[in-house]
Design a protein around this ligand. Structure first.
Ligand SMILES: *Cc1c(COP(=O)(O)O)cnc(C)c1O
Length: 393
């Protein structure tokens, strides 16, 4: 299943890298710990369906997404594995979730009450209760609220408590004291559940960071996100990883115009860049509207051309940018914005640092204008171009 694309800017997603990261994680985790592949936000920009299928084919047991639409996308693609929605789903949408066999996160008795009222069928609704142990985002925080929740739950047997979980705020940091604190609170909250007479089958707390650091403490499931894509959860963990992560995402374009420019000539909007002498200037068809943030230019962003780094110069435009070449190259020459070309490599971490953000944000910010090309064993197995999805050739 391949689609055409008519622009010379593309993302390559190396599914072998994802496979390798999932496989290594599987081997690293205790045998009875399940792996939930987190594919929210279109698989962190890589493609939710493609990553999900690859992860499931490599031994992932579960999938996780942020909201219901993302879960339904996976179902419509024919994926039958269990899926957990990590965020809130409207109580009135519970029938849809049940119809598609999607497990939901619950963290309020009021929500459960409303869901029970809206739901008219008899098929079970599977729930994971979220416990807030210090992230301060979603979750039940105290014993009284949890008891009230359990009492409500017991009124309606169609609502099945399948799991209980929490989320860590600092698992990627070197100082583990807050992580330990949250872990203890989670154990306490689980004991409250137990004394209220409920024992969910699936207990989980770990994101990539926590599961890489403490595989033995992760109860019976981990939520594996960022490191499945080959990225370290934080710079401080990068050099202490238990196995080698392989980055799956690269970004390329091609030069659309190459020219020799006279000394002291201006390049791009605002005429902020002036050539020092005669310079070879390349134009490429990628810009901030693709997600290549305009602020990158001020941060000395570079691209790789024929294995050599070249500075991006002048302002990044909506659909184009300019770079200063070492020497003349033909128009059509490939440029690498993220990835490896010969002996040079630009990592997602490098771009994240330039933008003063975390690596998570970088593949997410490259949007649907940029087609995704999927590689397996170095062969293209699929091209996804949402812009012209329905086009017939
Ligand atoms: C996104 C998310 C994860 C995955 O975290 P990574 O750091 O990417 O591994 C796990 N749990 C929850 C609740 C999340 O929202």
């Amino acid at each position: 299943m391949t689609a055409p694309y008519y622009r010379d800017t593309w993302v390559e997603v190396d599914l072998d890298a994802i496979e390798s990261n999932v496989k290594n994680m599987r081997t690293y985790l205790p045998k009875n710990t399940q792996l939930m592949a987190v594919v929210k936000a279109n698989g962190y920009g890589h493609g939710a369906v493609e990553v999900a299928e690859t992860a499931l084919g490599t031994g992932a047991d579960w999938l996780a997404v942020a909201f219901l639409d993302e879960a339904i996308e996976l179902r419509l693609a024919g994926i039958e594995a269990p899926i957990l929605v990590l965020g809130r789903v409207r109580p009135e949408d519970v029938p849809i979730a049940a119809r598609y066999h999607i497990s939901l996160t619950v963290y309020q008795t009021e929500w459960l009450e409303q869901a029970m009222n809206f739901y008219q069928k008899n098929d079970p609704v599977f729930l994971h209760v979220k416990l807030d142990t210090g992230m301060g985002r979603l979750g039940i925080r105290d014993e009284e609220s949890l008891s009230r929740f359990v009492r409500k739950l017991k009124e309606d047997s169609r609502f099945v408590l399948e799991g209980a979980y929490t989320h860590f705020a600092t698992a990627d940091e070197e100082d583990e004291s807050y992580f330990e604190e949250q872990y203890k609170r989670f154990q306490t909250a689980l004991s409250w559940l137990k004394s209220d007479g409920v024992n969910p089958n699936i207990i989980h707390c770990g994101n990539s960071a926590a599961s890489l650091k403490h595989p033995e403490k992760m109860f019976n499931l981990v939520r594996f996100g960022i490191s499945m894509y080959g990225l370290s959860p934080s710079p401080s963990m990068k050099h202490k990883l238990p196995f080698q992560l392989k980055e799956a995402f690269s970004l390329y374009s091609r030069l659309t115009h190459v020219k020799k420019v006279e000394p002291d000539e201006a390049i791009s909007y605002g005429a902020t860049y002036r050539t020092a002498g005669y310079e070879w200037i390349g134009t490429a068809g990628i810009g901030y509207a693709d997600g290549w943030h305009r602020r990158l230019q001020e941060q000395h962003n570079q691209v790789i051309v024929n294995g050599e780094r070249c500075p991006v110069i002048g302002r990044i435009c909506m659909d184009q940018l300019m770079c200063r070449l070492k020497s003349e190259v033909p128009a059509g020459t490939k440029i690498t914005l993220i990835g490896t070309d010969k002996n040079e490599c630009i990592t997602i971490d490098e771009i994240a640092e330039q933008l003063g953000t975390i690596n998570y944000e970088i593949p997410c910010m490259i949007n649907e204008r940029v087609p995704r090309i999927y590689l397996k064993n170095k062969e293209i197995i699929k091209i996804k171009n949402p812009l012209i999805k329905g086009m017939r050739l």
